[in-house]
Design a protein around this ligand. Structure first.
Ligand code: ACO
Length: 321
């Protein structure tokens, strides 16, 4: 049986951290106390105007490829989860392939599921690998959300950050990803969206992120609990068998409420939202890579990754590292 196994992880954050007080100094009508109390966010990284998602993806990918001990040319599938692509087309994945100097004609495409993007991309790559059609996938979450924030809307602009995380997923006779689940309910699209488009050279609609924070909060906790239980049931694994929970990093209160309802002790929950803010599709692989590199996550550990985001979309993957 072919399994899909994480061979290496990598991540990248642009520039220096920007603290809540730095935002106040830049004229945002907020306070460190308000942001920390409501969200747990202390700082985030914001990319310089010329830095794109493919550039962040490239840096994270180099680290994941090195950790996997392979060459870029060994990769035959690239999936980039992003809501902030460099261009309308070509895909950020194709641009990443070019940056990495990969000329083997492997597949490359972007995947759009907002903050659930990495969970969707991982589950998609797993299916390619388990089918036998591809051997080594580069799965990336990369975002420059700072570009789609309304910096006059203090209710949203303090929440997000830029960054990228990547994993190399390869065919193996050892497990591997044990179970995945993906869901969407498009009827909830108004509570979190960037409801604009480019039409005949003009922005039509609203080019900035809009959110009903309280509606998102309630929805997020419910589906994160449900989908975690779903993948554990599918894999025949109980919560006590899970070594690490890595939820999408939107808000520390969502993370804590999810962990509590699932009965996961706080020390088994990886939380990076305090340092990174919400980096959308990049948040899960960024948190994964941080915990791998600081030695918390070891080979053989069971990890439950789960995301929720605009759409609404939600999904999870349970894997043996
Ligand atoms: N600084 C200071 N005051 C603020 C700020 C700010 N940055 N933002 C809003 N306020 C004020 C509001 O103006 C309001 O003031 P008023 O009472 O005088 O009108 C007050 O704070 C309360 O505003 P609410 O929006 O009701 O605040 P709430 O307690 O709901 O917290 C928050 C807002 C943090 C966004 C919360 O709803 C939340 O965490 N929601 C989850 C959403 C989330 O994490 N989204 C991330 C994207 S979704 C995803 O990744 C899945």
């Amino acid at each position: 049986m072919i399994h899909a196994r994480v061979a290496g992880t990598g991540s990248f954050l642009p520039g220096n951290p920007v603290t809540n007080n730095d935002l106040v100094a830049r004229g945002i009508d907020t306070s460190d106390e308000w942001v920390v109390e409501r969200t747990g966010i202390h700082q985030r990284h914001l990319a310089a105007p010329e830095v794109t998602s493919s550039e962040l993806a490239y840096e994270a990918s180099l680290r994941a490829i090195a950790a996997a001990g392979i060459e870029p040319s060994d990769i035959d599938l690239i999936i980039v989860a992003t809501s902030t692509p460099d261009y309308i087309f070509p895909s950020t994945a194709a641009l990443l392939q070019a940056r990495l100097g990969i000329t083997n004609g492997g597949a490359a495409f972007d995947l759009q599921a907002v903050c659930t993007g990495f969970a969707y991309a991982l589950a998609t790559a797993e299916k390619f690998i388990r089918s036998g059609s591809h051997k080594r996938a580069l799965v990336v979450g990369a975002e420059v959300f700072s570009r789609i924030l309304d910096w006059n809307d203090r209710g949203t602009c303090v929440l997000f950050g830029d960054g990228a995380g990547a994993v190399v997923l390869e065919a193996s006779d050892k497990p591997g990803i044990l179970a995945t689940a993906l869901h969407a309910d498009g009827s909830h699209n108004p509570i979190l969206s960037v409801p604009g488009q480019i039409n005949r050279g003009e922005v039509v609609g609203d080019p900035f992120l809009r959110m009903d924070g309280q509606a998102v909060f309630k929805f997020a906790v419910k589906v994160l609990v449900d989908v975690a239980r779903e993948v554990m049931a599918e894999a025949g694994v109980g919560i006590g068998d899970v070594d690490w929970l890595i939820p999408h990093q939107a808000n520390i209160r969502i993370i804590q409420a999810t962990g509590k309802r699932l009965g996961v002790p706080v020390e088994k929950v990886i939380a990076t939202v305090g340092q990174h803010g919400n980096t959308s599709a990049a948040s899960i692989p960024l948190a994964l890579d941080l915990a791998v590199r600081d030695g918390r996550i070891q080979r053989g550990h069971r990890i439950l990754l789960e995301g929720v985001g605009g759409g609404f979309t939600w999904g999870a993957a349970l894997l043996e590292f």
